[in-house]
Design a protein around this ligand. Sequence first.
Ligand code: HEC
Ligand code: HEC
Ligand code: HEC
Ligand code: HEC
Ligand code: HEC
Length: 374
Amino acid sequence: MKKPGIASRGMFFVFFILLMFPAGALAHKLPADFRGFADSASCAPCHKTIYDEWSRSMHSMSDRKSDTAHNAVFLAFSQFMAKSGKKAPYFCGSCHAPAEGRLTAGAKTVYSYLPDIPCAFCHSVEGVSEGKAFNTYSLSAAMTSAGAVSGTSAPHPVSKWSFESPSGMCLGCHGKMKNGKGTVICSMDMEGHSDCVRCHMEEKAGPPAAGSGKTSHFSHLFPGGHDKDMLKKGVSLSLEASNGKLLVNIKNKAPHFFPSTSPMRAAFVKVEIFDKTGKAFPEKSGGMTTFMRVFTAGGKKGAPPWMAEKAVDSRIKAGETRTLTYDIPVGAVRASAAIYYRLFTPPAAAKFGIPAKDAAPVKVAEKAIDLDSR
Ligand code: HEC
Ligand code: HEC
Ligand code: HEC
Ligand code: HEC
Ligand code: HEC
């Protein structure tokens, strides 16, 4: 039997993508009495600390204008679709720009819509509608939150959203994404649920609003892969030498994978063993030293997310300690190991036209030990 060529295989995927993403599936559900989203700047006079945090967070830099990497990947997807004469649907906006006009359905009037992930989007969320490829939200006309609600000194009404815990609201966007073939692209559902707010919205000094009696608020910085200090909290490293072997133990301290979520992320370990003159021996690896997910299509590695059929996943699971084993050469006196994290791998950055500086490795942990040189 003749194998399908690249062109026909491409058509197959385009068909699936369109089948899986009809216009309605992209949309968040608006209530009949929806009056539009308030601009985030309108919250700033009273919520200055939270507004400043949000302004520095990736949630305020998530759309095609403010996130060059996101735009670059969407352009690559568009070019792939254009090869078969199709316009790529910007379904990405369901999470990256959820207050954009065409992503919200049910409004009778046309409102001005907002870029990125504005305050008013998260604080209009009522509940989640489970989708096949990804989830969407049902929105409320009232301002919503997890908060105290009764007894609040807010000059505006706030109603309680329906989530049992605040992490339920995160999972509408962070829960999962599958491509048209049903291949999992990212999935917190698979990586492990936890109380996201505890680590990603830490309680910080400073009232949540001017005139509030409270002295602390939940930080809206949402640190993650773009934050060096956060990355350092994610893993710990320890070294042991026994029976002529060097053991490099990497413990994932987070309740999700390391690295997490986006398939563009990668981490790697660099191990060096030195002689007494300080010269490094050529490295001898005893295990996987790169932690990432690589997609395959037609048995070939390195497929983009929209082509992916399967994934080879070497990331470190929640709570897992991964041990790499190296032979200690005769005459070795010292060993060191360092873990690096990358937002984008160099091949992915090159393929999608992401600036090389955004793919620079960040050192997240390092350790060294003296070896018994007898
Ligand atoms: C990505 C979603 C998201 C965005 C965007 C967002 N918030 Fe929040 N916000 C939350 C969640 C979740 C909580 C509840 C945290 C909890 O109670 O554990 C919260 C809590 C709050 C609170 C009350 C709790 C406190 O003490 O801090 C205020 C006030 C608030 N947000 C204002 C804002 C403003 C103003 C903006 C924009 C500048 C904003 N939020 C943007 C998700 C969001
Ligand atoms: C279901 C929600 C959802 C959809 C739909 C979605 N994304 Fe994302 N995207 C996310 C989340 C959540 C992150 C953050 C993950 C992380 O930091 O690891 C992210 C991160 C990214 C990043 C990394 C950005 C950076 O600056 O580091 C890129 C690139 C990206 N998405 C591209 C896309 C493209 C292109 C599409 C559409 C073809 C898309 N995404 C659709 C939720 C989504
Ligand atoms: C005129 C001042 C003012 C403006 C403007 C304002 N807020 Fe508030 N807001 C407050 C005060 C005061 C509180 C009560 C803070 C407290 O004591 O907990 C509050 C509380 C909140 C809460 C928490 C409610 C709860 O009980 O959990 C959220 C969420 C919130 N505001 C979001 C917003 C958003 C989003 C905007 C912009 C669209 C906004 N606010 C605009 C003053 C304001
Ligand atoms: C015990 C603390 C903790 C909890 C709970 C937690 N995280 Fe994280 N998360 C981290 C740390 C530390 C990092 C940075 C290291 C890494 O990337 O794993 C991180 C990274 C991330 C990233 C960026 C991943 C990347 O490399 O691009 C996302 C997105 C994320 N977390 C989402 C979530 C969501 C959603 C939840 C709730 C379901 C959650 N986290 C719960 C600690 C936590
Ligand atoms: C409306 C969709 C949406 C909601 C709701 C949402 N996120 Fe995100 N989040 C995103 C997108 C999209 C990105 C990627 C932005 C980018 O890099 O372009 C992101 C990025 C992140 C990151 C990575 C930041 C970094 O440094 O790269 C963390 C951590 C995170 N979100 C945590 C949370 C938590 C915790 C909640 C719940 C309180 C939440 N998010 C709710 C869509 C959402």
